[in-house]
Write a protein that binds this ligand. Structure first.
Ligand code: GUN
Length: 323
């Protein structure tokens, strides 16, 4: 059944007979699968019509367990989309020069349309120097200052994947974002800053909150859209939210299991930056953690890689025009 247009799911009674309204759950997993299907179709058409197979190179330096899982998933999903995957797994002690040398090789490799260096890098490597070495047109992470600058002035750019995924979810749920009050909590270069730029370009009135912002509850209470990307478990409380707000939770935080016995055994669970159970009683719609924003990030990485590959066709003057 289609949701009612006020953004709230049907009212239901709880055990005390009170009316309880629960937020719509924004299903990032299902949406990401739709994007991946479109990408598979796009890739098949590029191969058939232009003999072009988009290629993504992913560089991992070191053995960080979470990064290793992300990188493995990126490779698997790249191949599943019909693209070429080039994995470069380097030891943690790799020198900055060797890393820059590899990036130069990938910049010159015509089979590679996108290059991603998994972050964080080991401490002896200058992350900014590494990101700056990637050709902007192959920077599918959108972290190069050229891409960040183009985004900031509202020009077409390769856009960081997580905020791009959040924007897609917002458009899918709300349609136009024009005139909405948006609060972005967090100002990282990976999520918060580019998210704010994207929302501004979508004609929102944007506030960026960060560790020195005062009175976060009152900022939240005015927001039609809240994007929480701050890495603090369950920071945003349900009571702070405007009823019917759309809440996008980017946080992935590991905390002790709810059951004290399990917690004592070291068992953990994953929570977002929003106190989900409270928030879903107030918000109009909310992304769950996991299953909300997370699956969108790799889908957007594949999307950016196809975009970068299509741009090479435009440059080759094949008559192809990127949408
Ligand atoms: N580490 C955490 N998120 C990201 C991301 O989006 N891109 C890269 N390259 N590294 C990350």
């Amino acid at each position: 059944m289609a949701p009612p247009c006020n953004g709230l799911e049907e009212a239901t009674g709880n055990s005390e007979g009170d009316i309880v309204r629960e937020a719509i759950l924004i299903d990032g997993k299902a949406f990401a699968e739709r994007i991946r299907q479109d990408i598979r179709d796009d890739v098949a058409a590029l191969r058939r019509d232009y003999a072009l197979t988009p290629g993504l190179a992913v560089i991992l330096v070191g053995e960080d367990p979470a990064s290793s899982i992300y990188v493995r998933n990126k490779g698997e999903q790249t191949r599943a989309a019909g693209m070429q995957s080039f994995a470069h797994h380097l030891p943690a002690e790799t020198s900055q020069n060797d890393l820059l040398h590899l990036i130069n090789q990938l910049n010159d490799d015509n089979r590679v349309h996108g290059i991603l260096v998994q972050l964080p890098l080991p401490g002896h490597v200058d992350t900014q120097a590494v990101l700056a070495a990637i050709l902007p047109e192959k920077d599918v992470d959108g972290f190069h200052v050229i891409n960040a600058g183009q985004l900031a002035v509202g020009q077409p750019a390769l856009t960081p994947c997580t905020p791009l995924g959040c924007l897609m979810l917002l458009h899918d749920h709300l349609g136009s974002l024009r005139g909405k009050r948006a609060l972005v909590i967090g100002r990282s270069t990976i999520v918060g800053r580019p998210m704010a730029q994207l929302l501004l370009t979508a004609d929102c009135t944007v506030t960026i909150a960060h560790r020195y912002s005062t009175d976060l509850p009152s900022l939240c209470s005015e927001a039609d859209i809240v994007v929480a990307a701050v890495g603090i478990p369950e920071l945003v409380k349900g009571a702070w939210l405007k009823p019917s707000a759309v809440v996008i939770d980017v946080g992935i935080n590991r905390v002790p299991a709810r059951d004290p016995e399990l917690a004592a055994q070291g068992k953990t669970r994953i929570v977002g930056d929003v106190a989900f159970e409270e928030a879903r009683q107030i918000a109009g719609a909310i992304t769950p953690v996991p299953g909300g924003v997370g699956p969108m990030t790799i889908a957007c990485l594949l999307h950016n890689t196809v975009k970068a590959a299509k741009a090479t066709l435009s440059r080759r003057n094949t008559g192809f025009r990127a949408a």
